[in-house]
Design a protein around this ligand. Structure first.
Ligand code: GDP
Length: 138
């Protein structure tokens, strides 16, 4: 089933010069880039995006990190996009990520882990709508 997911190349990966290499991995895995933009987000914007994590001890640190520099926001499309991107990303903590995954190759820590991908259909719908308007998604 053709599906869309929201992905972010996080500020650590952009800062470290990995944007092109990560886009190449995404392209090679068969995703179509429906929409893409480089943007710096504010802490309140990051807090809204990660609202499901608002009770977690790392919430302040995570939202501070996400608003610490430019990131790349993308909507990606392919069959089974949500699960396939999660597989390509690897485990949240790069120390546990499988060989060949984006986080294994490009992430430095459990927080600064290079890439975000929606984890379910409902979260993908919320996350895509959070950052993109309908006219940007044609
Ligand atoms: P994901 O779906 O693999 O991105 O992981 P989660 O939804 O569980 O967490 C969202 C993001 O919060 C992760 O990608 C990390 O950037 C960050 N994060 C998760 N767990 C931790 C943690 O234990 N400590 C810190 N500092 N950040 C974390």
């Amino acid at each position: 089933m053709l599906q869309r997911t929201l992905s972010i190349i996080k500020p650590d990966a952009v800062r470290n010069g990995f944007t092109g290499a990560i886009l190449a991995e995404i392209h090679r895995a068969g995703f179509r880039i429906v929409a893409i933009g480089k943007q710096s987000i504010s802490k309140p914007e990051a807090e809204g995006f990660y609202a499901v994590h608002s009770g977690k001890p790392f919430f302040d640190s995570l939202t501070g990190f996400m608003s610490s520099g430019p990131l790349i926001l993308m909507v990606l499309e392919k069959d089974n996009a949500i699960a396939d991107l999660r597989k390509l990303m690897g485990a949240t903590d790069p120390a546990n990520a499988e060989e060949g995954t984006i986080r294994k190759k490009f992430a430095g820590s459990i927080q600064e882990n290079a890439i975000h991908g929606s984890d379910a259909e409902e979260t993908a719908a919320f996350e895509i709508g959070y950052w993109f308007a309908g006219y940007e998604l044609i």
